[in-house]
Design a protein around this ligand. Structure first.
Ligand code: AGP
Length: 611
């Protein structure tokens, strides 16, 4: 999941491309590179590591020119190295290509090209594209790119420039996201509109199988056979300040603190004045879709999958609709049995996660109706769904998802209550109690954010900070919370954290318990509270270091634990939202105390656009 930016116009492309790459660095930071055309010459500078390394190299080897392409990399084929950094070139170094995605038949194509005498300088799949374009180049770059891509199998978003056809920048996509930005006497390409919002808000979202010849004064969109394509220009109305840290040391901490506002946005205008009904935006959801669906199948990845697990429990208990959930990368290759009247629900922050997108397409091909919960407006999954509930969490830049997760939980609660009311499995009183509780969640989150003392203390405590592993345990609604807490700690502090059903622990994981192992119990007030107290005592008996997330007023639990972090009381179905906050903060502060790069953790990227 690399980041691509391109520019063609009158200004120096280098400044604009670097600015854009900074806004996309959350997509990958293994290496970076830039190529520009100056007086018909193609010049490139590439470097290993973060963008800053490329910028310091550009100080000693400056580049400038009216058109160029740039890239920040998340390595898939070939180790992070300068040779494997993009842009990749053809032999006479006249063509430069940046790519996000995976070319699945690159070995086969590479063999054919080597037979024709092409020499490869890198281990990447991308270099194949540069040589293929050279193979078909007869003076018109657009034509050569379209021809070359007919031989390619796999996922790609590419940007291409060529010194033999300097007046154009060619872009194309299949599977990976790409937008074209339109300015006055200048045009842009980018993996995500956020990269070019400083320069234009007029964008085209390229569709799969489309290529675009981008010029200073216009553009042409074709399919790979050269058939002209029409695309509507869309205006992006995001508030650019969201892409700034706003005085916080990290985007993750800023986004954690945005959650009261985010939940207000997610539920804003979607709950009736008397709190008894859910009211979606006009035309958002077709009534019959919800009233006639017999089954819901949820597909998602990572944190979104954890939200889906809460969604399953909410929908089954409040609406009595059977819910199946699967990780998208497995769902995609299952022998899918999708009975009629099934809603397939994709849950995703970025709307570009390849596993979830392909799962959605597999379900759609089998006649399922797709209802998606998406944060990123205009994203591919949103555009390919039959109905979309937008999360309204705003731009999420920290790789570790936080505000999008709690927004997913709030949206799933609305959906479950709505389904329950429509299917008469939830009374008006029960619905009102839950929707009133949901309206109070932002204030309760703020209360947790305003009282971080015990969280900071635990994060500075070497029993937690210096741990090599940790175990997160929960029951019912709190099992997905345990999974999410473990993921947050894993992905930013690199502590090997595992989550388990607290009841399941004694069937194996309890063997891990020693006086060095932190065991974090997610134990807010719940129907199975007594059971989880017994599980706490089972760990106590083996001297585990016990931290519990518990409900204010639950003084009893403290006697069994080494540390307790209290959260405000709320109806049990809402507890996953509140219990997530201290787990996000604990992971954040432990990672900061361990000196980790919280916003750009190793080996990860924000939007996983390859399978
Ligand atoms: C979560 O912190 C991770 N960034 C990752 O697990 C993420 O949730 C997953 O890749 C799904 O992303 P999506 O919501 O954008 O589809």
């Amino acid at each position: 999941m690399c980041g691509i930016v391109g520019y063609i116009g009158e200004k120096n492309a280098v400044d604009i491309i670097l600015d854009g790459l900074h806004r996309l660095e959350y997509r990958g930071y293994d290496s970076a590179g830039i190529s520009v055309l100056t007086d018909g010459e193609l010049d490139s500078v590439r470097s290993v590591g973060k963008l800053a390394a490329l910028e310091s190299k550009l100080k000693t080897t400056p580049l400038s020119g009216p058109s160029g392409i740039g890239h920040t990399r998340w390595a898939t084929h070939g180790v992070p190295s300068e040779a494997n950094a993009h842009p990749h070139h053809d032999d006479p170094q006249a063509i430069a290509v940046v790519h996000n995605g995976i070319i699945e038949n690159y070995l086969e194509l590479g063999a054919k090209l080597r037979e024709k005498g092409f020499e490869f300088r890198s281990e990447t799949d991308t270099e194949t594209i540069a040589h293929l374009i050279r193979l078909y180049f007869e003076g018109d770059l657009f034509t050569a790119v379209k021809r070359a891509l007919q031989d390619v199998r796999g996922a790609y978003a590419i940007g291409v420039i060529c010194s033999d056809d300097p007046g154009v920048l060619v872009a194309a996509r299949s599977g990976s996201p790409l937008v074209v930005g339109l300015g006055k006497d200048e045009s842009f390409i980018a993996s995500d509109a956020a990269a070019i919002l400083n320069y234009t808000r007029e964008v085209l979202y390229l569709e799969d199988g489309q290529a675009c010849e981008v010029r200073r004064d216009g553009y042409t969109v074709h399919d790979l056979q050269g058939v002209p394509q029409q695309l509507d220009i869309q205006t992006v109305d995001w508030d650019q300040s969201q892409a700034e840290k706003g005085g916080y040391p990290h985007f993750m901490l800023k986004e954690i603190h945005e959650q009261p506002e985010v939940i207000r946005n997610t539920i804003g205008g979607r709950i009736s004045k008397d709190h008894s009904e859910v009211v979606w935006e006009d035309g958002l959801l077709d009534d019959s879709l919800l009233e006639t669906c017999d089954r819901i199948m949820i597909v998602a990845c990572g944190t979104a999958w954890h939200a889906g697990l809460v969604g399953k429990r909410l929908i089954e208990s409040l609406a009595k609709v059977p819910v199946e959930i699967d990780i998208a990368s497995e769902f995609r290759y299952r022998d899918l049995l999708i009975p009629p009247n099934t809603i397939v629900m994709a849950i995703t922050q970025s709307g570009e996660t390849a596993d979830t997108l392909q799962a959605l397409r597999a379900a759609k091909n089998r006649g399922a109706t797709i209802l998606s919960l998406v944060n990123a407006i205009g994203s591919t999954i949103a555009r390919e769904s039959d109905a979309v509930i937008y999360l309204r969490a705003g731009l999420e830049i920290g790789v570790a998802s936080t505000k999008a997760y709690t927004a997913m939980l709030a949206a799933l609660t609305l959906l479950a209550v709505d389904l329950g009311r429509r299917r008469k499995s939830l009374t008006a009183q029960e619905a009102t109690a839950l929707l009133t509780g949901l309206q109070q969640v932002p204030t309760k989150i703020q209360e947790i954010l305003d009282n971080q003392g015990s969280i900071l203390q635990c994060a500075a405590d070497n029993r937690f900070r210096d741990a090599n592993s940790a175990l997160f345990l929960g029951r019912g609604y709190s099992l997905p919370t345990a999974l999410e807490g473990a993921l947050k700690l894993k992905e930013i502090s690199y502590i090997h954290a595992e989550a388990y059903g607290a009841g399941e622990m004694k069937h194996g994981a309890i063997a891990l318990v020693t006086d060095k192992l932190p065991v974090i119990f997610i134990a807010p007030r719940s129907a199975t509270h007594e059971k989880i107290i017994s599980n706490i005592q089972e760990v106590r008996a083996r001297s585990g270091i016990i931290l519990a997330i518990a409900t204010q007023g639950d003084t009893g639990i403290a006697q069994h634990c080494d540390e307790v972090i209290y959260i405000p009381d709320c109806p049990e179905p809402l507890s996953p939202i509140l219990a997530a906050i201290p787990l996000q903060l604990l992971a954040y502060y432990i990672s900061v105390n361990r000196g980790c790069d919280v916003d750009q953790p190793r080996n990860l990227a924000k939007s996983v656009t390859v399978e």
